[in-house]
Design a protein around this ligand. Sequence first.
Ligand code: NAP
Length: 242
Amino acid sequence: MKTVLILGATSDIAVALAKKFAEQQYNIQLAARKPAQLKLLQAEIKISYKVNCTIHAFDAIQYYTHHEFFGNLIPKPDVVISIFGATENEYEAFNDWDIAQRMINTNYTGVVSILNIVSKHYIGQKKGTIIGISSIAGDRGKASTLVYGSSKAALNTYLSGLRNKCFKENVHVMTVKPGFVKTRMTTSFKLPKILAATPTEFSQILYCSYQQKKDVVYVKWFWKYIMLMVKCIPEFQFKKMK
Ligand SMILES: NC(=O)c1ccc[n+]([C@@H]2O[C@H](COP(=O)([O-])OP(=O)(O)OC[C@H]3O[C@@H](n4cnc5c(N)ncnc54)[C@H](OP(=O)(O)O)[C@@H]3O)[C@@H](O)[C@H]2O)c1
């Protein structure tokens, strides 16, 4: 029986993913900075899907704890999904370095820290899958997502490089770029119904793409073409747009 580790397991997307993998008879390792919040989910997974489910304390920006965190996992997971992320008010982030730094450290530095450790282990055993949740916001810099988008752009480049590094070692790295997903992160946004995915839809698309060993996945699929068009707009034009 395979095991999946979910980093940032208190997010709505993570809950849906944990249930999806449990339904497929994976054992589940849930990791979050507030592990006590995971007890109900753990019980639900164990009872509903009859798989093992464990809870682990993990803080993405406590980099120096990451070696011990991964070292203590028994068994080592076959699949690692990095979901944690921080979205802060961009106006405040522009004016307050602590806020900007927290976003950069959570969305980029923290992911690099833990996935370097995971990928070293996977390269050593010549198998494993790493799934990184990024965002379409990383595809092009915009005023409205200045710090968030640039941290996700850095993450995209890291995951692409990691995929390149790991390919010959039989380790698969998948980048997931959601558009809008209906979660607590987006409760304050007025999401156009057709553009937004539910966490359940997200989990189905991710699981299917993981099985197909895709490299880069947009959720939903049409974001790939929307972002292709956005990326084609010349910079002299793009800088004038909202
Ligand atoms: N929702 C969308 O429309 C959308 C679109 C594009 C990309 N995404 C990406 O999808 C992922 C999940 O987003 P979401 O919408 O589910 O957001 P969310 O509900 O705000 O979830 C964010 C998760 O990250 C965790 N987290 C934050 N800082 C952490 C830290 N230092 N250490 C460990 N965990 C930490 C949070 O844990 P706590 O419970 O402890 O706060 C929470 O579980 C994020 O990477 C986000 O950028 C979302």
